[in-house]
Design a protein around this ligand. Structure first.
Ligand code: SD4
Length: 336
């Protein structure tokens, strides 16, 4: 309780001051506006909204928005939004163009959650272009939540997803260069991120989300990060809001990051406060937090958003009120 009070005080003092750069006002403005409001339950925002990680989020948001205007619901928005990033084979952190594991194979992780609390996930999936769509199929067509590896691949093929042998020359060249030293440090290069986590609200105020990645470059074969883990890389609770993460998955899994953010919102935190507290939790658990990046995004039922990261440089895209804009998140470690 003491910690929480301390955090809220810190957040109130520090949140706005730490936000930086490009249009760094979206989350802060929401936060200021709502400090005095009774938090729960919140009136649902019905204007439609898409919030997603990193610069590629702009294009993903547009794809999600097009799905909304074509009559899609939140779940369709989430799926089609991240499909846009998965299909971009130039992206080195998502889809079949992603950097491989240390044996040279690109393996994909993805999950999806709908407004009814249902979820689907695939991990360690190879040769399939749209893992997030396979995750949706797991959710809709099986009694399970998670499928992994060869089983996930066979399920995808049985559902009509084509086998895809695409190999990115750029990713393979980077791997061959890495092989010369084969020096794997479980420390993330903070520049090396692009995983897409996307949270979508439709015109009914319903929320869904998806998260998809090729995971950490040069990981041990079989390694799975936070992105396909429900509650870590993504969590949606249609009564409260949703959250997603990017960065060093191990740190997010250890703290049940996205679930934590949503539960903090349930207890009355704004999305911004919740993201900040989750980052502080990661800081407390990891002595080496200065060496890696983790970023969280959150949206609540009222359509207010939050964003916060360990390191500076985390960007996010927000499509709201007819505008699709890129913002720079605030961070625990200030930019130099
Ligand atoms: C993972 N969270 O596999 C992912 C990596 C990531 O941008 O976010 N990359 O740990």
């Amino acid at each position: 309780m003491t910690d929480r009070r301390k955090f809220l005080k810190t957040a109130a003092l520090g949140g706005a001051a730490l936000s930086l750069g490009i249009n760094a006002t979206a989350a802060d403005a929401d936060d200021e506006k709502n400090k005095k409001k009774k938090r729960i339950p919140l009136e649902p925002f019905k204007g439609g909204l898409v919030l997603s990680t990193w610069d590629a989020g702009i294009s993903a948001n547009q794809a999600a928005w097009n799905t909304l205007t074509a009559g899609g619901k939140a779940l369709d928005m989430a799926e089609k939004g991240v499909n846009d990033t998965e299909a971009d084979f130039r992206n080195l952190s998502v889809g079949l163009g992603g950097l491989p594991d240390r044996e040279g194979h690109t393996t994909l992780d993805a999950c999806i959650m709908d407004s009814n609390g249902m979820a689907g996930s695939v991990m360690f999936l190879e040769h399939i272009k749209h893992p997030a769509s396979v995750a949706r199929r797991v959710m809709e067509k099986t009694p399970h939540v998670q499928l992994v590896g060869e089983g996930a691949y066979r399920f995808a093929i049985s559902e009509g997803f084509p086998h895809d042998d695409f190999v990115s020359e750029e990713a393979q060249n980077a791997w061959k260069k890495w092989l010369k030293e084969s020096k794997y440090q479980p420390i993330i290069n903070i520049e090396n991120h692009d995983t897409i986590g996307l949270l979508a609200m439709d015109n009914n105020g319903d929320i869904a989300g998806a998260c998809t990645t090729s995971g950490l470059a040069y990981k041990i074969r079989g390694r799975v990060g936070d992105s396909p883990i429900i509650g870590a890389g993504l969590y949606v609770d249609n009564e409260i809001g949703a959250a997603t993460s990017t960065g060093l998955g191990e740190a997010v899994v250890r703290t049940c990051g996205s679930f934590l953010v949503v539960e903090l919102m349930r207890q009355g935190a704004t999305p911004q406060q919740a993201c900040e507290e989750a980052v502080i939790r990661i800081q407390k658990r990891h002595r080496n937090f200065q060496d890696f990046q983790v970023g969280f995004l959150a949206v609540n039922k009222a359509g207010e958003i939050g964003a916060y990261a360990v390191q500076p440089g985390f960007t996010y895209a927000l499509y709201k009120n007819g505008e699709n804009k890129l913002f720079k998140s605030g961070s625990l470690i200030p930019s130099k």
